[in-house]
Design a protein around this ligand. Structure first.
Ligand SMILES: Nc1ncnc2c1ncn2[C@@H]1O[C@H](COP(=O)(O)OP(=O)(O)OP(=O)(O)O)[C@@H](O)[C@H]1O
Ligand SMILES: [Mg+2]
Length: 183
């Protein structure tokens, strides 16, 4: 929007108008500079080793933590690149400080991204895609449609009865539905 004189500042400050969210997920993506990946052989090797265990049927969870900017996201991105030729499913979920009061935020946000497409005219279109995706995965997942729709604040699709359960029961049904998505 050009330069503006601000009270107390000698130089003009350039202001920008926010138009829309970019869909960029983290700082690493926002910078989008590549640059050669240096070192981290041991860390990559460790991730690969755990992945091989998981492939053989021994599930693995890896926690990567370290100071800001130490290279956690980059390590994951490089690991993801090594997986490219292999059969795998990559699911990403993000937490954010603004959403500490939103239960299941990473899951809900992931679903939103997975099912809502830029061209969607209405929430009804989103819920229709959710229903198709779930029943394409497995017809028996049909029961999960109203549960997930409600978690995503989507209207109940026609032909489904509203779920009359306590919040705690709904929570449990939601977790159960999520677990079944994987089987
Ligand atoms: N092994 C590496 N070789 C080259 N560049 C690297 C390496 N690891 C990280 N970088 C670069 O350093 C910067 C910070 O890395 P990254 O964003 O992965 O850090 P992070 O630990 O995820 O930080 P944050 O905690 O802020 O999310 C990026 O520009 C990334 O490309
Ligand atoms: Mg990061």
């Amino acid at each position: 929007m050009g330069g503006f004189a601000m009270k107390g500042l000698v130089q003009a400050v350039t202001l920008y108008r926010v138009r829309q969210a970019t869909g960029v997920r983290d700082r690493l993506q926002a910078r989008s500079e590549g640059g050669a990946f240096v070192g981290r052989r041991a860390e990559l090797g460790l991730l690969t080793e755990q992945w091989r265990c998981a492939q053989r049927g021994t599930g693995r969870v890896v926690l990567i933590r370290g100071e800001p900017g130490i290279g956690k996201s980059r390590l994951l991105r490089e690991f993801a690149a090594t997986l490219q030729p292999e059969v795998h499913t990559w699911i990403e979920g993000f937490c954010a400080p603004f959403f500490t009061n939103t239960p299941f935020f990473p899951l809900i946000e992931g679903f939103e991204r997975g099912f809502a497409k830029p061209g969607d005219k209405s929430r009804a279109a989103v819920v229709a895609r959710l229903r198709r995706s779930l029943t394409d995965l497995a017809p028996r997942l049909d029961y999960a449609v109203p549960i997930i729709a409600e978690m995503l604040d989507l209207p109940l699709p026609s032909g489904y009865a509203p779920i009359l359960l306590s919040p705690d029961q709904k929570r449990r049904r939601f977790i159960e539905a999520i677990r079944r998505l994987d089987t």
